[in-house]
Design a protein around this ligand. Structure first.
Ligand code: KG4
Ligand code: ZN
Length: 357
């Protein structure tokens, strides 16, 4: 079976082709530089950009895979959650493609696709505990199989990535600044008493990162020497007379507060859920060094197999969408041409048509 995957839920436009043997080709165009000028993603600009590059990327990916449009059995498209205008570009393209070629259409939950991405690198093990940490989401799932996800907990306010990016913005790092903050964090040891690990004194599996974000921002505001006077890259942080060592300590302490909060809730989920054999950590923020270390330690202590996708599969990409779509189609799931996009904040429905014809 040959499946095309399309990703356009935020600011990356991506197309990939997969078969039983795995990934055949992929193309990705990031708009990050464009949105960096505004300090965040501008939805209208993002949607227009998807519209202009999607057909080109699709042609290139198919040519590299040596696949003609008529050879495709399925077209998988990220149908949400995401920015509505952006999702609609991908959905319209996918529907047109299916109408023209007769390929089967399948809408993919972008969050599930992130968590299934490690399957492109090696065979996954189930049941697994899945932690999705991205710019827009922080979700904890029980994954019984590639087709069965149960949401156990989620952020009540900011996603972990949002907290990283907002603090980074205050420090005058370019958007999205999470990775710059992480690079500096590696230069120092964390101070465990500097920032709170928010929302852990309860018995649930939800998260809250807005209080931590405010604590770090307040600390930065109270110590103006930490902040660059103008927007900088990681090689030149700190304002006039800025203290790089102090800034690195702040970043390391923030990294630790986020990582340890995630570790506490993941561990709590493992105490409650039966039969878990693996820990999956995915999404853009899974590239974070503190989170990778904390989750690696947790998996080792609990005797779980750890699935941490390589960095290119952590951030938004179409290989994960094509792969998740491939798995869905293999289970006999598909959608009609009335498939709807699901904006951020709404639950993605499980509204497949069953059957392969
Ligand atoms: O999954 P993703 O590519 O896009 C969404 O679907 O949101 O995640 C992007 C997020 C951004 O917030 C970015 O700052 C963050 O991932 N990120 C990091 C690191 N690398 C990327 N955050 C912390 N540490 C990193 N090393
Ligand atoms: Zn994502």
């Amino acid at each position: 079976m040959l499946c095309l995957g399309i990703e356009s839920s935020c600011d990356e436009t991506a197309v990939a082709v997969v078969s039983e043997g795995g990934l055949l080709a992929e193309r990705l165009a990031s708009q990050a530089d464009m949105h960096a000028l505004f300090g965040g993603v501008v939805p209208e600009i993002a949607a227009r950009e998807h519209l202009s590059v999607l057909p080109v990327l699709c042609r290139e990916a198919l040519a590299e895979a040596g696949v003609a449009p008529a050879d495709l059995n399925g077209v998988a498209v990220a149908r949400g959650p995401g920015l509505l205008g952006c999702l609609l570009v991908g959905l319209s393209f996918a529907k047109g493609f299916c109408l023209g070629t007769g390929a089967r259409l399948v809408g993919v939950n972008h969050l599930h696709a992130h968590l299934l991405a490690p399957g492109l690198e090696r065979e996954m093990v189930f049941p697994a505990l899945g932690l999705l940490v991205s710019g827009g989401h922080t979700h904890l799932y029980r994954m019984d199989s590639p087709g069965r996800f149960l949401l156990l907990g989620r952020t009540l306010d900011d996603a972990a990535g949002e907290a990283f990016d907002k603090v980074a913005k205050r420090l005058n790092f370019p958007y999205p600044g999470g990775r710059f903050l992480d690079e500096l964090a590696r230069e120092a040891e964390p101070d465990h008493d500097l920032f709170p690990r928010a929302y852990i004194d309860n018995d649930n599996l939800d998260f809250s990162f807005s209080g931590l974000k405010t604590a770090v921002v307040s600390h930065v505001d109270a110590h103006p020497g930490l902040r660059a006077a103008r927007m900088t890259g990681p090689g030149e942080p700190g304002g006039e007379g800025g203290d790089r060592a102090a800034l690195a300590r702040v970043c390391a302490s923030f990294n630790w507060a986020v990582s340890d909060t995630l570790r506490i809730k993941a561990e709590r989920a493992l105490d409650r859920e039966r039969g878990i054999r693996a820990l999956v950590v995915a999404g853009g923020v899974a590239a974070n060094s503190g989170i990778r270390t904390a989750m690696g330690d947790l998996a080792r202590r609990r005797g779980l197999e750890l699935f941490l996708p390589s960095p290119r599969l952590c951030t938004d990409n179409a290989a994960m969408v094509a792969h998740a779509g491939f798995l869905s189609l293999s289970m006999g799931r598909r959608h009609g041409l009335d498939l709807e996009a699901v904006p951020r904040g709404r639950v993605v429905p499980e509204d497949w048509l069953q059957g392969t014809d």
